[in-house]
Structure formats: C-alpha cells, structure tokens
Write a protein that binds this ligand. Structure first.
Ligand code: F6P
Length: 548
C-alpha cells in the first residue's frame, strides 16, 4: 500500500466514494438548495461553479483534509521559493517568476532570477518594438511583415493557443504563423505565399535538439537562401529562443539574436518566457505584459486564498476525486468561446505530459489511478459530434465547460444562442431524464403504446455526469493569463496529491530514440534485426513500396 493510501483522509474518501457512487446529483440538489453558494468560487473576472459534481460538504472537507495531509501548502511554498522540487532533473520550477510583479530578489543557483527575468523582458521589448515599428529590416532593407515560429510541444502549443485566443487584440503590425509538424506539407503551405525578404523566423526550442524543429529550421534556411540571398541573410531573418546557446550559434544564429531560457522553466509552462515572443510580436509588448499580469493575479490567488476558496486547489481535488476515487478515465475540456479553440490541445500537453505517469516520486509503482486522459473541442461543435457519448455512453466523462459573459466579437443574436447551449448542456448532463418522464412525454405527444415501448429505453439519459463551469467576464489578455495559470496550478496540486513528478517527461524519450535509429534505416540499405516482426515488416513494406 502506498503512503498516500494510508492517510486518514484517503481511507475516508475511499469509503465516501463507495457511498457516492450509488447517489444521484439530482437528489443532492433536492436535499441542499444552497449547493451553488457552497460549491462555487467567485473571483473578480472568473467564476467556478463546481456544484454539479458528485460531492457534498463532507466530501469537500475530506478532500481539503487530503490536501493538508499531502502538505500542498508546504509544497506550494517550496515551488514559489525556487526549491528544486523537480527531483528527477534536480531543477527548480519557477514559471511563476516569469510573471512575478516584484523586485524582491529570488536566488536560484547563485543567480538572481528576478534580475535575469527583467533583463530578458527588456531585451524582448526592444526587439518586439523594433520589428513592429519596421525598424528591424530584412537583409535587403525591407520591413518584416511575417513572423514564422518554428517549434513543437511547449515551444508551439502555448504561443499558438494564445495567439489564436487573442487574435481580436492584434493590430496586424505583423502576421504570425506557426510551424510545428515535421510533415513538410505544413511548412511548404505556410511559406508558399510569403516573401523571403520580409520574413523573420523564430526557432523556438528549449533544448535546440528536437528533430522536428531542427529539420523545419534547416528547411527555412534553405528557403531563405534559395532566393537571391546568401547565408549572411540568416542574421537578419532568424532569431532563436533556447537554453542551448551553443547549439543555436553552431546552427548559424547570431549571438545577439538568441533569447535565453532557464532550466527552471518547463517547456509546457514556457509561454510566459521568450518562447512567447511570437505572441508579443503579434499583440505588442503591453498586451503580452497584460497576459503576464493576469497569470500573476492567479498566482497571488493561488498563494493567498484559503484552500476552501482556492480555485486551482478545488479543481485539482475534484479531478483527483473523479479520477482516483470515482474511477473516471478521461476528462473533457469544452470551451464555448471560439477564441479558445486550441485550449484542449494545449491542456493535453500541460496535464498529460506533467502527470501522465504511474511511478511515484519515490520510484514506486502507484496502485491508484493518476490523471485522466484529456481531450476536447469547442463545445458547440462537440454537441453535434461526440456529446451523444457524453450523455449516454456507459463511460462517465467529467467535463470542464468554459464560457464568457461577453463575446469579443459580438454579432447580434449569436452569443445568447451559444450560451443557452452552454447552460443547457451542463444541466442536461446532470439531471438526465428517466424512463417514466420519457414515456409521459411520448404519450403527451400522442405516440402509440407500441412506439413508446420501442423507443423509450433509447431516450433515457441517466444524467449524474459531473461538470465544472468556468465563466469568464470576457477573453482578454488578463483573463486568459489567469485561466492558463489556474490550470497550471491545478496540475501542480494534482501532482503533489498523487505523488507524481510533474515536471519531467521521461516517457517521451523511448520513442524519440527509436525514431532516430529507424530514420537511419529508412535512409540506408539495411534494417536492424532487433525490431519485433510487426515493425520490421512495416519498415520493409514501406521501403519496398517506395522503391517500386
Ligand atoms: O518531446 C517532448 C518535449 O520535450 C516537450 O516537453 C517540449 O515542450 C517539446 O518536446 C519541445 O522541446 P524543445 O523546446 O526542447 O524543442
């Protein structure tokens, strides 16, 4: 038995879960008319209603006991103080320092992080202004009109998700594009309409070793120098964001065009660093700072609010409750704001790369479920695609519904239609409709008894499907910053409770290593006899089909 399972609160939660599984939220709402007030958190620009979960006051107080027994507060203090809580990599975890509005020194390994971050922000601001004002010229003296960010995973998803979400706030001083896929189809399509004399590439890679990014960056250099330019043009058309300055310089990027990164920023938490350069170029530095300020506001809430009123803590505890104690296997992210159309993809990396692990921080195999698989889509599109599954499959999928009170692009009649669906869906997922109601309804519509017998069982919705509702005032740089930071802290708290090392990602290494050796086989004559027969035959089939 793991140390977590011997905690008093854990044992109690296991008992409560047995009991809760046989209850219906409809009854809980019937018994307690004050659920909304009890189980919601209101912040200045964000509301979390978590009353539509299979919880009651006892469940919540036991979950808070669990947070206390797992020393969430102590771990939170360690993280913000720059202690090396990323044990397997012996690193601090300080993405919060990137948005911290303070001049207080914060020392990690002898470096004053506060000063380093400020210096980086100053360098970014100068660069962003020069490009946006047309003072940074391409090799032939022309103004830069297009930015192409080349990166993958955390060096792509965060910046691209934010760029998409805040499109409305761009003044289009430059156009921003993102290349992440090593499938040449993407870079070819993006570069096709662009003029090499007016393009600036950002090669974003913390390690500067990621094959996909390096391959795309080499192609970009070829594209640039295949025009009338020679290699000297690289200096005016390429910048890099990386913690590996040496590799970036040997790649041909000039030292002053390299923006640094620190080992205490994880890739999936890095959009607040120079990895967010494309965001700042698109929106202007003031709006990038507003994004940081919104995140800092959430950091302050996370640090100062009592656990019972702490939005990321509550979200984390509910995820642990739904997954580890009630047995849900996946979790849906369902934004009802078009601007958040990449949020689910972003959160997939943030949560699954952080906590998708099954060994505890002591190196022991854990004997409880850790995090669910995260998936999702714009809710309104999902309604016409996979909501059938959410309502009637025999898998219960807890879901986060995220919507805004105001649209950033109001069109008469649209927002109320959108939001009526937003509210209707969480109600329907919870209340469902039983067979008796279905039969009465069909009878009232004049259906025959034979028809009612045939159709009624298919129309039953059992309901009792947990949802969180997050309602934002509107999507703007501050609220988006706060929303992302809330999920980051939720992930951190989940990791602490589940004893998962949230800040490494060893699970991506095996496939990467194998791909590198298979690439040699695909490009050469022979293939290794170490493959299983499926992989061996697939590689042979591919090579033969290619040579036909
Ligand atoms: O392979 C996974 C990963 O290492 C992510 O953690 C990271 O965000 C991504 O690849 C990109 O890494 P880099 O920024 O070093 O190119």
């Amino acid at each position: 038995m793991s140390s977590r399972q011997s905690l008093t609160s854990w044992k109690k939660l296991s008992q409560l879960a047995l009991n809760k599984k046989s209850q219906h939220m409809n009854d809980l709402f019937e018994q307690d008319k004050d659920r909304f007030n009890k189980f919601s958190i209101e912040l200045p620009k964000m509301l979390l209603d978590y009353s539509k979960n299979l919880i009651d006051s006892e469940t919540m107080s036991t979950l808070f006991e669990l947070a206390n027994e797992c020393e969430v507060v102590e771990w939170r203090t360690k993280m913000f103080a720059g202690e090396k809580i990323n044990k397997t990599e012996d690193r601090a975890v300080l993405h919060t320092a990137l948005r911290r509005n303070s001049t207080e020194p914060l020392i990690v390994d002898g470096d004053n992080v506060t000063e380093s971050v400020q210096a980086q922000l100053t360098k970014m601001e100068g660069f962003v202004n020069r490009v946006r004002e047309g003072k940074w010229k391409g090799y032939s003296g022309k103004r830069i009109t297009d930015i192409v960010n080349i990166g993958v995973g955390g060096s792509n998803l965060g910046p691209q998700m934010v760029t998409e979400a805040l499109k409305h706030y761009s003044d289009h001083s430059v156009n921003v594009h993102y290349v992440s896929n090593v499938d040449g189809a993407q870079i070819v399509e993006i570069l096709r309409p662009l003029d090499p004399e007016k393009v600036l590439f950002i090669v974003s890679s913390k390690t500067f070793t990621t094959t996909e990014t390096m391959t795309n960056a080499k192609t970009a250099i070829k594209w640039l120098t295949a025009s009338s330019f020679d290699e000297r043009a690289v200096g005016k058309h390429f910048v890099a964001v990386t913690a590996n300055k040496e590799n970036a310089m040997s790649f041909g990027i000039e030292e002053e065009n390299i923006f640094g990164m620190w080992d205490w920023v994880g890739g999936r938490f890095s959009l607040w660093s120079a990895i967010g350069l494309a965001i700042a170029l698109d929106l202007g530095f003031d709006k990038f700072k507003a994004l940081l300020a919104g995140a800092d506001e959430m950091d302050q809430h996370f640090v100062n609010a009592p656990l019972e009123q702490n939005l990321p803590v509550v979200m984390a505890l509910l995820s642990v409750w739904n997954t580890t104690f009630l047995g849900s296997k996946s979790q849906a992210i369902l934004p009802y704001d078009q601007t958040l159309h990449m949020l689910a993809a972003y959160l997939q990396q943030a949560e699954m790369e952080s906590n998708g692990k099954s060994v505890s921080w002591d190196g022991e195999e854990v004997d409880y479920a850790t995090v669910p698989s995260i998936w999702g889509e714009l809710g309104i599109n999902g309604q016409h695609a996979f909501y059938q599954y959410l309502h009637q499959s025999n898998n219960v999928v807890p879901a986060d519904f995220i919507g805004s009170v105001e649209s950033v692009t109001p069109v008469q009649g649209h927002h109320e239609t959108l939001m009526s669906n937003f509210f209707a869906q969480t109600q329907a997922l919870m209340t469902g409709v039983n067979e008796e109601q279905v039969r009465a309804d069909l009878k009232a519509k004049g259906r025959t008894p034979e028809y009612i017998d045939k159709v009624a069982p298919h129309k039953v919705h059992k309901g009792n499907r947990p949802t969180n509702t997050i309602l934002l005032k509107r999507i703007d740089p501050e609220t988006l910053g706060s929303l992302i930071a809330a999920y980051e802290h939720k992930i951190f708290v989940q990791g602490i409770i589940l004893q998962i090392c949230s800040f490494d990602q060893w699970g991506v290494e095996l496939g990467k290593g194998l791909a590198a050796s298979i690439q040699v086989e695909l490009e050469g004559e022979s293939i290794s006899d170490k493959h299983d027969c499926s992989t061996e035959n697939l590689i042979n089939f591919y090579k033969q089909a290619k040579n036909k």
